[in-house]
Design a protein around this ligand. Structure first.
Ligand code: NAI
Length: 412
């Protein structure tokens, strides 16, 4: 039975995540400063194998409080650093004193590192560490104090942690707009217009907390092994959108997240991919969520990846409709400097993926890419492809994710 520690578990995304992990047989250690909400949540979580869930009430802005976690004496398979807060004072940065500024810094940027350090001796080899940043870490949001700055710092810190701890599997999730209770209430009382909220989201809707929980479940699973310091923006495409025309609210209903996936493989180099992708699936479900995995760009001639992506998208667009996805395999990154005139090819391909996501989003069609080494084994990459292409990742679009060719260490 794997064990996970989740911070900020008493509310919103953290609570949905705790419920999901517990329902899938994990032992959860819930950390939050809200003792009352923790006490209400803990007994509602399903237990497995007679092992009870634990909770720790502590203030994560206080490093001394965080140190008590070192006494847990557990074997931890994963940590999710989810607790975070925004600045609601409405003051501009130049009008802020250091108190609120420091509090945000302590919670959003310093606490995740402190938690990992306090728990270092309890992490199993290959343990997953998932930090929850925000789309705000990629774009400056005015009048939110140090929120964007601290989340940008967390994204960068995650990359460095992955380098210094290659024995772990480290990633950072950047959620877009999530329909937490707070957001739903603001809409209900007319303080937030859903049309304004989704105007910059190609998929035309906000995420449900359960979708973020599913993303975190994948990132904390052994299948996330090929990720090392990667940022996953789970935001309906908002982080890649740079246009000025407002998106309309989605007209297509979201498909059930637990829906079976029906994979369509194009230019597949080896039958082993088909076997790996369909493993864990309950039979051939032709009516499942339609996920095209296109390998054609891997065989593209030098400097021709951009065109291969375009052709793959044309094929996908002709053969698919709402509630489907295209996931492209792209050759891994570093260009040979002797052929520098072609060195813009991969960046162009990534931006084409993003542009396609903006164009196809309103039709509930998603496109993402995975950059992988040519020698990567299907078994290593299949879980990532299953997640990115499947119904659980219906809010993931426009992203290019770099995957290493080993799975890291894992005992799950
Ligand atoms: P939330 O406010 O519903 O939950 C945050 C939890 O963290 C609460 O249970 C709170 O008690 C706990 N917490 C806050 N300060 C703490 C402290 N000093 N010590 C211990 N616990 C503390 O937030 P939500 O919306 O679920 O967000 C979770 C994470 O996702 C945050 O890091 C947030 O920045 C990020 N995020 C959320 C988005 C959204 O639309 N809800 C969008 C992008 C990022």
């Amino acid at each position: 039975m794997p064990t996970i520690l989740i911070t900020g578990a008493a509310s919103g995304i953290g609570r949905a995540t705790a419920v999901l992990f517990a329902s899938r047989g994990w032992q959860c250690v819930l950390v939050d400063r809200n003792a009352e909400a923790l006490a209400a949540l803990l007994p509602t979580l399903p237990t497995s194998e007679g092992r009870t869930h634990l909770s720790r009430e502590l203030d994560l802005t206080n490093p001394a409080d965080i140190q008590v976690l070192s006494d847990l004496a557990l074997s931890l398979d994963a940590i999710i650093n989810n607790a975070g807060m925004s600045d609601t004072s409405g003051l501009s940065l130049v009008d802020q004193d250091s108190t609120q500024f420091e509090r945000l810094l302590a919670l959003n940027l310093q606490a995740p590192a402190c938690v990992v350090e306090a728990l270092a001796a309890q992490l199993v080899p290959g343990a997953r560490v998932v930090n929850v940043a925000s789309g705000a870490g990629l774009h400056a949001i005015p009048l939110r104090g140090a929120y964007s700055a601290t989340k940008a710092g967390l994204i960068a810190q995650t990359r460095v942690l992955a380098k210094v701890r290659p024995d772990l599997c480290v990633s950072v999730l950047c959620p877009g707009f999530v329909r937490t209770e707070l957001v739903a209430e603001l809409i209900a009382i007319g303080r937030l217009n859903p049309a304004d909220a989704v105007a910059k989201i190609p998929l035309g809707r906000m995420a449900e907390p359960q979708e973020l929980a599913e993303a975190l479940f994948f990132l904390a699973s052994a299948g996330a092994g090929p990720l090392s310091g990667e940022r996953i923006s789970f935001d309906g495409g908002s982080s890649v959108f740079g246009g000025s025309k407002a998106f309309l609210p989605a007209t297509h209903a979201t498909m059930p997240f637990d829906m079976a996936v029906s994979f369509q493989l194009t230019a597949c180099p080896d039958k082993a991919w088909e076997t790996a992708l369909n493993s864990g699936q309950t039979g051939e479900d032709k009516a499942g969520y339609a996920a095209t995995i296109d390998f054609s760009a891997l065989a593209a001639k030098e400097g021709q990846v951009l065109q291969a992506v375009h052709q793959a998208a044309v094929r996908y667009g002709k053969e698919n409709g709402a509630g489907s996805s295209l996931t492209l395999l792209l050759p891994a990154g570093d260009q040979d400097e002797t052929s520098w005139p072609n060195s813009g090819d991969l960046a162009a391909a990534r931006m084409l993926v993003a542009t396609l996501a903006c164009e196809l989003g309103p039709q509930a069609m998603r496109i993402n890419a995975i950059e992988a080494d040519a020698n990567v084994q299907p078994d290593i990459l299949a879980p990532l492809l299953q997640f990115a292409g499947g119904a659980k990742a219906q809010f993931l679009t426009g992203q290019t994710i770099r995957a290493r060719s080993s799975s890291g260490l894992s005992n799950i």
